[in-house]
Design a protein around this ligand. Sequence first.
Ligand code: ATP
Length: 253
Amino acid sequence: MSLLNLKHIKKVFSEGNESEVQALKDVSFSVEKGDYVAIMGESGAGKSTLLNIIATLDQPTSGEIRLNGVELSHLSENEASKFRREHLGFVFQSFNLLDTFNNRDNIYLPLVLSKKSHQFMENKLAPLSQTLGIENLLERQPSEISGGQKQRVAIARALITDPSLLLADEPTGALDSNNTEKILSVFERINEKGQTILMVTHSAQAASYAQRTLFIKDGKIYNELYRGDQSRSQYLQKIIDSLTALESNGEVR
Ligand SMILES: Nc1ncnc2c1ncn2[C@@H]1O[C@H](COP(=O)(O)OP(=O)(O)OP(=O)(O)O)[C@@H](O)[C@H]1O
């Protein structure tokens, strides 16, 4: 069974009104455990709507969505927030760290909310901070570290609960090229260790690190590319070609 399965997902905002928007028209795809999937598409294509539905922050108008076998389209608010805590990790473009806490406490926060012991949190953080190279940043405040470092702290916070699925929304959108490379390498490494990742991005470079890219246009999946055994630069070129075709409305090769 797939980790994540979407069948005929449709999302209509302001249904029946003059301002009705069909943000998602008919989206079906699956994500297997260990996959690293990028989602691309022009502004307004439906990417955030899709991510919000997978994140249980919004519900589809129709269609089925299952994660770890749980049907997500009918969860109550309480069930959804419990489900998020237990199954999902989030990384955002703007890091979303709390400036009143130091970095260590920011990372511990999801485990504090789940009432885990201090020893448990320490044992979880030790290997994670090593993988992410943030051992020396833990006692500092988020305001005292760089954007790339903040994103590594945010990734630690997302991973400390061992989520089945890491959801990333433009994780490199606020970073310079040097820090972008570093964060993409971190994602590649954690995926190699088995972490399933789904990332929305405008960046072809970021998508070229993933194993698979879904292109959304007008609320539908328009094209899908697999990296397979292509080099990253070969795959990057395929993604750029596909984006060019998508934007010009032409045929995708
Ligand atoms: N809450 C809402 N109410 C009404 N319409 C909405 C709402 N959220 C999104 N939309 C509309 O749904 C469509 C898809 O929006 P969405 O935010 O999913 O696009 P996107 O691909 O994430 O765009 P971007 O790359 O600019 O973030 C757009 O036409 C948008 O205006």
